[in-house]
Write a protein that binds this ligand. Structure first.
Ligand SMILES: [Fe+2]
Length: 396
């Protein structure tokens, strides 16, 4: 096992109707809250009203910032930061999916620490600025996908340069996540499919990343993958099932919490390869993962065949004993699953042409380098620019 530090400081408040407690909970942390969320005109509008009423009932002042995009733009986040500071807010309530919660993390920590949101992201060999602290965040996820509601990560897009990148900071861990399945039940079918597959992508990023043995991490991950698969089948036939929404919420939270990776640090660069699809074409992140996963698994099966084979055997019913052969079977099994759940999509299905593959691959190796034209796969063979182009080719 790789040595590690891990803790889980975010309080989870789970249950149908718990959203009404937000005022009581938030008043433990501040006096003037910014509610950060998507543009108005969505099914979430009544939830914004509920949150505002609950905060006011608890004696708090409220500023509402709407308009955070599905791929949150640094420029929009910077506007929110200006308003946050001008209004004298002292905490953020993030109501939305991973994009809104990620954006809210940049609002809270950048408003506290100064500068612009983009100063803090990983970008090639520049040293990102470091936060000095953050205002408290309460996350209220409206989709179970990114796990952002309880982790330190955050991805934003620079709309001026078509770059999408990330950072992590323990300052940005939400103080409380209010997980209310009554809110989650309104997620439409396609978004639910994308979200379940995004959860799966997080679970396999560490599992497939290194030679380090950590049977605990493996078994936890496999259990969550099986739980996602079981509940995926159920939810696509019963979108408003609160129990199933709750199970998927837990998979989202613990699937990207670090808990699934104890003793097996590092991750394959599958998300890095998806990022240009969102940055250039504004493809929703989860849908981008639907497109990229089968191609990545197919092309990189030789990177760590015994890990690919283990996943194929333990979660996808493969009985083949030869690792190299079993590893090659994984992409086909995952594709079968995506097709069975009517989730499978190619680049052409989502309207993305093939004329920027080289440019997008250049972006990935420039923004997330480990030396030369390679990006990291700890413990396995590096992933090169040519590999990335090949993955895009297989996504067509
Ligand atoms: Fe993701």
């Amino acid at each position: 096992m790789t040595p590690f530090d891990w803790n889980f400081p975010t309080r989870l408040s789970y249950g149908p109707g718990r959203i009404k407690e937000v005022g009581k909970i938030a008043s433990e942390f501040g006096k003037k809250a910014m509610i950060a969320t998507y543009a108005k005109g969505s099914p979430l509008d009544p939830v914004i009203d509920t949150i505002e009423a609950s905060l006011k009932e608890a004696g708090m002042d409220v500023v509402i910032f709407t308009g955070i995009e599905p791929n949150p733009r640094a420029q929009t986040i910077d506007k929110a930061i200006e308003i946050f500071n001008a209004e004298g807010c002292d905490m953020v309530i993030a109501l939305g999916g991973g994009s809104v919660i990620d954006g809210s993390k940049y609002i809270s920590a950048t408003a506290f620490s100064g500068g612009k949101s983009w100063d803090y992201v990983v970008l090639g060999d520049r040293t990102p600025r470091e936060y000095t602290g953050a205002f408290p965040i309460i996350s209220i996820p409206t989709i179970s996908a990114a796990g952002s509601e309880t982790n330190a990560g955050g991805v934003i897009t620079n709309a001026e340069t078509n770059e999408k990148s990330f950072s992590r900071s323990p300052y940005r861990l939400p103080k409380v996540a209010i997980v209310d399945p009554e809110i989650l039940k309104s997620v439409p079918l396609r978004l639910t499919q994308d979200s379940c597959i995004d959860i799966f992508s997080h679970l396999i990023e560490h599992y497939l990343s290194s030679h380090d043995e950590s049977e605990f991490a493996d078994r936890m991950t496999e259990g969550m993958i099986l739980c996602v698969m079981d509940n995926f089948d159920k939810i696509i036939n019963d979108l408003e099932n609160l129990e199933v929404r709750g199970q998927l919420a837990l998979c989202s939270i613990f699937g990207w919490s670090g808990f699934q990776a104890l003793g097996r640090l590092g991750s394959i660069p599958m998300h890095s390869i998806e990022m240009p699809l969102s940055a250039y074409y504004d493809l929703p992140h989860g849908r981008g993962m639907v497109v990229v996963i089968p191609a990545y698994l197919e092309h990189l099966s030789d990177a760590l065949p015994h890990r690919w084979a283990k996943l194929a055997r333990r979660c996808f019913g493969v009985t083949e004993q030869d690792d190299a052969v079993a590893a090659k079977m994984l992409a086909g099994k995952v594709t079968e699953w995506f097709k069975r759940t009517d989730s499978y999509l190619t680049l052409s299905d989502v309207g993305i042409p093939d004329d920027k593959f080289e440019q997008m691959a250049d972006d990935v190796v420039r923004m997330f380098p480990v030396g030369g034209d390679q990006v990291a796969t700890p413990g396995a063979r590096p992933v090169t620019k040519e590999d990335i182009i090949k993955v895009y080719e297989l996504c067509k």
